[in-house]
Design a protein around this ligand. Structure first.
Ligand code: 6PG
Length: 247
C-alpha cells in the first residue's frame, strides 16, 4: 500500500496561499473522515511554517470543523515545559487550539513534565495505545492525517539524518537527541512505522533555504531516501506536498 503512493506536489506563490489551500484540504478530509468513521485524528508538526495554517483553522475555517470529533496529536515535541517558547504544543495552542471549541480530552499533547525524554516517549506511546486500542496492543494505528515540516538538513518530525531511530521497527514513539546545530536538543518523536501508516501525509515546506533539499527529494527520490528522513516518509493513501512555487 504505502509503497505505491505517488507524492502529489502543490506549489504556491505565498505562504498564505499555501496555508489557505492546506486548510481547505484539512477541512474537507476531516469532513469525509468524520462521515465515514466518526472522527478525524491528526498529528501536528512544530516549527514556524504551520503557524499561519493553524491560525486560519482557528478563524475563517473554524465553523466548518466538527470540533467534537477532531482529535489532535503531535508528531514531535521538544523536551521543554508546555509553556516554554520552544514548545510545539504551545505554538499550536496559541495559534489554534485556545481559539476553538475543541473538547479538552481531544487534545493529546506529548507530556514533557516527566523526568526524562525517554519517559515522555513511553508515556505518549502508552497514551496512543489507549486511544487507538489496537487488538493485540501492537498493530500500528493509522492517523487520518499527519502534518510534517522539513528542515534544511532533510529532517522531518524529530527524525534527523543518520539517526539510529530511522531503523526503528516496533516503537511508536522514541526520545532522540538532535544534532549539534539544532536546538532544543532533547526531543520526542513519532517513528517512521507510525508516520508511514497514516492515511494522508501533508508536507508543508516553504523558504529558500529548503530549496536544495526539496529538489533532491523530488528529482532524485531513490538517492534522497538513503539520506533524508523526509524522503523516507510514505502514506497509505495520499502523500501531498505544499511548497513554494519556483520560477
Ligand atoms: C520541530 C519539528 C520539525 C519542523 C521542521 C521545519 O519540532 O522542530 O516538528 O520537524 O517541522 O524543522 O521547521 P520550520 O517550519 O520552522 O522550518
Amino acid at each position: 500500500m504505502g509503497e505505491s503512493v505517488k507524492p502529489e506536489v502543490h506549489s504556491f506563490k505565498t505562504l498564505r496561499d499555501a496555508s489557505l489551500a492546506l486548510a481547505e484540504r484539512i477541512v474537507e478530509t476531516a469532513r469525509v473522515a468524520i462521515e465515514e468513521h466518526g472522527q478525524y485524528t491528526m498529528a501536528l508538526s512544530g516549527g514556524k511554517t504551520p503557524e499561519l495554517l493553524y491560525s486560519l483553522l482557528a478563524s475563517e475555517f473554524s465553523e466548518r470543523m466538527a470540533w467534537n470529533s477532531i482529535h489532535l496529536f503531535w508528531v514531535d515535541e521538544r523536551f521543554v515545559p508546555q509553556d516554554h517558547p520552544d514548545s510545539n504544543f504551545r505554538m499550536a495552542y496559541h495559534a489554534w487550539i485556545s481559539k476553538v471549541p475543541i473538547p479538552r480530552q481531544n487534545i493529546h499533547r506529548i507530556p514533557t513534565e516527566t523526568e526524562t525524554p525517554e519517559e515522555a516517549a513511553r508515556s505518549y506511546e502508552k497514551n496512543l495505545k489507549e486511544f487507538f486500542d489496537p487488538p493485540d496492543n501492537k498493530s500500528i494505528p493509522a492517523f487520518d492525517a499527519i502534518l510534517l515540516g522539513v528542515g534544511t538538513d532533510g529532517h522531518t518530525a524529530s527524525l534527523f539524518p543518520g539517526s539510529r531511530v530511522l531503523g526503528e521497527k516496533s516503537r511508536w514513539v522514541v526520545s532522540v537527541e538532535a544534532p549539534p546545530s539544532v536546538f532544543p536538543k532533547k526531543r520526542i518523536t513519532l517513528t517512521l512505522p507510525l508516520i508511514n501508516n497514516s492515511r494522508e501525509v501533508f508536507f508543508f515546506a516553504f523558504g529558500d533555504e529548503k530549496k536544495n533539499v526539496l529538489r533532491a527529494i523530488f528529482e532524485e527520490p531513490e538517492k534522497a531516501k538513503k539520506v533524508y528522513p523526509a524522503a523516507m516518509v510514505k502514506a497509505r493513501e495520499r502523500l501531498l506536498w505544499y511548497v513554494e512555487k519556483r520560477t
